[in-house]
Design a protein around this ligand. Structure first.
Ligand SMILES: [Zn+2]
Length: 207
């Protein structure tokens, strides 16, 4: 999401988090849990003593419930990223509600708590999405810095790009899916080094 869209979004939809007023940066990981990528992410976060929010896809949670429990047991927050990761935009309210509720159910079954946070796939939403989020008592969380880690670029190039845009209060979008399998460790290590150099702290939890 570019910064202009983010600023317009903040005005139009004040109930959505695009960034925070915290004096820290928030790391968020979408699309997991993934058996080949999420453990790599968790290992780096543990080494760096950092916490993040993972927006999980319900069908992956159902398949990898042990990994879901590992995410929660290592102190990370878990958010809802729908059950099958569809585009919600222009789908019926019933369809959208079903996607959110099913993901809530499998997450709660795995870790014992229902997520507070919800992020629609691809960042697309409509008025029904907002209404479903309200009904299911979720806060919507987007991002102001898209790492574009799914692109065909090296980990170093991605980290450099993020470090140029990241600032205090930023919500950073990353992915633990197959697109980042071979570079997420590089990205994270370079990112942690760069943030430390710039004196930007990480915040363990979204407010
Ligand atoms: Zn996603």
């Amino acid at each position: 999401m570019n910064s202009l869209l983010c600023k317009i979004g903040e005005r139009l939809f004040p109930s959505i988090y695009w960034r925070t007023h915290n004096h820290a940066l928030h790391l968020t990981f979408d699309d997991g849990p993934n058996p080949e990528v999420t453990p790599q992410v968790l290992d780096v976060l543990a080494t760096r003593n950092a916490r993040a929010t993972f927006f999980l896809v319900g069908k992956n949670v159902q398949k990898y419930s042990d990994l879901t429990r590992r995410i929660a047991s290592e102190g990370h927050a878990v958010g809802n990223h729908t059950f099958t990761h569809p585009l919600l935009f222009f789908r019926s309210r019933r369809f959208q509600l079903d996607e959110v509720v099913r993901a809530d159910e499998v997450i709660e079954e795995a870790i014992g708590t229902k997520p507070v946070w919800f992020r629609p796939p691809y960042g697309y939403f409509d008025s029904r999405t907002l209404s479903v989020a309200k009904q299911t008592e979720h806060r919507l969380v987007f991002w102001d810095v898209d790492s574009q880690d799914y692109r065909d670029a090296t980990g170093a190039a991605i980290a450099r790009r993020v470090l140029k845009k990241a600032e205090t209060g930023s919500i950073l979008l990353l992915h633990d899916n197959y697109a980042t399998k071979n570079k997420i460790v590089d990205i994270l290590n370079l990112l942690f080094d760069g943030l430390e150099e710039r004196g930007i702290r990480l915040n363990p939890r979204l407010p």
